[in-house]
Design a protein around this ligand. Structure first.
Ligand code: NAD
Length: 369
């Protein structure tokens, strides 16, 4: 019997529709090869959803996502919807909302070096040699989901005013939130090089002191075979560019993970190469690590490889199609080894006739599956 999987497609904004089309191309090719049917339902998220429905995450989108076996997202956002007015809808609300609604508490961002692109990194070759790490970011708690408020009062006033603005955001964690992300990190480490670096700011923040305590408790009880080190977030920011190859699994809270994963992404030299998976206990969501790149939207030049590599993660984590996932990895490696590049990853040695657009890059990968 042919297996069939339902996939919810969320093209979003900017380059989103262009790159997601290449992800679908790859899925279709692998579906034919492995006799698996992928059924797609497209839904609105982010700015595209605001334009049509007035909200960044319409209920209909959530219904489609919940009824699917996996969600493939491209990216949301753009200057058209930028606003500082707290009353106005913003595209990121769609992202945060769908992560929360699907219970996606873990974000996995692998960072690995494709040999052909080693020259694209700003770091020295001997520093990036062998980099293969994954950032495990807590995704539904912490500062991005805490209570927040902006208001006027006398204490907020500057020297000249009787009344001024004040604002606060709160960073809060519950024990079970840290415990389950700890388990995801230790489990991931066991499938890799069995090392976890837990990142916090325990010298200042109470949430971090609790984080550290719980990570160690889980480790000592069930994961003594995994090496565990603690690192303060500011030091981690330095060590990631100083000795990136030493890291295996890095686990951290939501905002630290947001910042560190972008820094780690830069080690490779291109955001356009990095995929991510957001996992919970139900439907998982896969997306590139980059944003909607409004500066190059609609030109057909965006790099679709991060989107295609997010399809690789989907096949592995949601459908257990490891052979098909390996096919994608091999195909992308082959295309790069042959010298094909999109504009963002081209270097001084790239042959002019090997610089390709979004659709052509997708075709090159498909041809090598
Ligand atoms: P960005 O990642 O969109 O772009 C940063 C730079 O990288 C730009 O120069 C862009 O052209 C380039 N770039 C990114 N992806 C590329 C690709 N696939 N191929 C070639 N070049 C690529 O980040 P930004 O400019 O800070 O944000 C733009 C918009 O995206 C904002 O509205 C932001 O809120 C949103 N955003 C969305 C997500 C998401 O959907 N997950 C993540 C980050 C930012």
């Amino acid at each position: 019997m042919t297996a069939a999987y339902k996939i919810c497609l969320l093209p979003g904004d900017g380059i989103g529709p262009e790159i997601i089309a290449e992800g679908v191309k790859v899925l279709d090719a692998l579906g034919a090869k492995y006799n698996v049917t992928f059924e797609y339902t497209e839904a609105l998220l982010g700015g595209a959803a605001i334009d049509v429905t007035g909200t960044a995450l319409p209920q209909e989108t959530l219904d489609v996502a919940n009824a699917s076996d996996a969600v493939l997202l491209a990216a949301v956002g753009g200057p058209k919807w930028d606003t500082t007015d707290p009353e106005k809808p913003r595209p990121e609300q769609g992202l945060l909302g769908i992560r929360k609604a699907l219970g996606l508490y873990t974000n996995l961002r692998p960072v690995r070096i494709f040999n052909a692109l080693a020259g694209a990194s700003t770091l020295k070759p001997e520093v990036i040699d062998g980099v293969d790490l994954v950032i495990v970011r807590e995704l539904t708690g912490g500062l991005y989901f805490g209570r927040r408020e902006r208001f006027y009062d006398e204490e907020g006033a500057g020297v000249n005013g009787a009344c001024g603005q004040r604002a606060y955001d709160t960073l809060e964690y519950r024990e079970y939130e840290i415990e389950r992300i700890a388990r995801q990190a230790f489990d991931a480490a066991r499938k890799r090089r069995s090392k976890v670096t837990s990142v916090d700011k325990a010298n200042v923040l109470e949430t971090s002191r609790m984080w550290r305590e719980i990570i160690h408790r889980v480790h000592d009880a069930d994961y003594r075979d995994v090496e565990l080190e603690d690192l303060l977030v500011d030091n981690t920011a330095m060590q990631l560019i100083n000795r990136p190859a030493d890291f295996d699994v890095v686990v951290t809270e939501n905002m630290f993970g947001d910042i560190l994963s972008d820094e780690a992404a830069q080690i490779t030299g291109s955001l356009g190469m990095l995929a991510s998976a957001s996992l919970g206990d139900g439907t998982a969501l896969y997306e590139p690590s980059h944003g909607s790149a409004p500066d190059i939207a609609g030109q057909g030049i965006a790099n679709p490889l991060a989107q295609i590599l997010s399809v690789e993660m989907m096949l592995r984590y949601s459908f257990g199609m490891n052979d098909a996932a390996d096919d994608i990895n091999r195909a992308v490696t082959a295309v790069l080894d042959e010298g094909w590049r999109t504009g963002d990853i081209k270097g001084p040695d790239t042959a002019a006739d090997h610089v390709v657009g979004t659709a052509q890059m997708g075709d090159l990968v498909v041809a090598r599956l």
